[in-house]
Write a protein that binds this ligand. Structure first.
Ligand code: GRF
Length: 219
């Protein structure tokens, strides 16, 4: 005999929120790239959520930006550790607790050590204010200007054991003006860099990437 099941009463429409990729951002300074990521992550459709910010520098301006956005922060200052190996382990642990899908180095001015790279292998991206492989290192803008290039830019790349040597994910060019100094050129690069980083992190979060040797294709 057929059973007449009672109907479930209609409730308010439910919204299914897709899971967002957890992102930890590493910073050392002002944090304008971090701020751009935080602006983007408010939109659920962006696909990434900054869940933690880790800095080597307790005075980094970006820490206040993170806190104002309600994002947890951690400071892992080299001076608080007996040696480099202990700092490396501290960095890896500080990031691990956030269980990130992706680690974004955005103005983080230290080399990440082997234990950190091993733990998050293939999931660390860095943004650099020059068109790699030209002008790697801490003074990419100054070095490009001094060399006399007419076009420089920014690069978002995967992090490997070298200094700004990992496979390139995306780049944008910026023209050098005759009257540029390091500061004016860097500011122009940074406005392009922020947009590029936001786009790349969103695409990584939503669709991942494919690598073939050094060639990277965003999903
Ligand atoms: C960026 O240009 C980054 O590529 C470089 O330092 C700058 C950091 O800017 N390594 P901010 O701290 O995100 O404002």
């Amino acid at each position: 005999m057929p059973v007449d099941h009672p109907r479930t009463p209609a409730g308010p429409p439910s919204t299914v929120v897709p899971p967002r990729a957890r992102v930890v951002v590493l910073i050392s300074g002002a944090g304008s790239n971090l701020a751009a990521l935080l602006d983007a992550h408010d939109d659920v459709a962006y696909g990434a959520r900054v869940v933690g910010v880790v800095s080597d520098n307790p005075a980094a301006g970006g820490l206040a930006i993170a806190r104002a956005a309600g994002v947890a922060t951690a400071v892992v200052a080299p001076g608080d550790f007996p040696d480099r190996a202990a700092w490396d382990a501290g960095m890896a642990e500080a990031v691990r607790v956030f269980e990130p899908a992706w680690v974004v180095s955005a103005g983080f001015m230290r080399i990440l050590g082997a234990p950190f790279l091993a733990r998050f292998e293939g999931r660390i991206v860095n943004t650099h204010p020059a068109l790699l492989p030209s002008f790697p290192g801490a003074h990419g803008v100054r070095d490009a200007l001094a060399y006399g290039v007419r076009v420089t830019g920014c690069t978002v790349h995967l992090v490997d054991a070298g200094v700004d040597t990992g496979p390139i994910i995306a780049q944008e060019a910026v023209a050098v003006a005759d009257d540029d100094d390091e500061s004016s050129l860097h500011e122009r690069i940074k406005s392009v860099e922020r947009a590029l980083l936001v786009e790349v992190v969103g695409r990584l979060a939503r669709r991942g990437l494919e690598t073939t040797g050094r060639r990277v294709r965003l999903g």
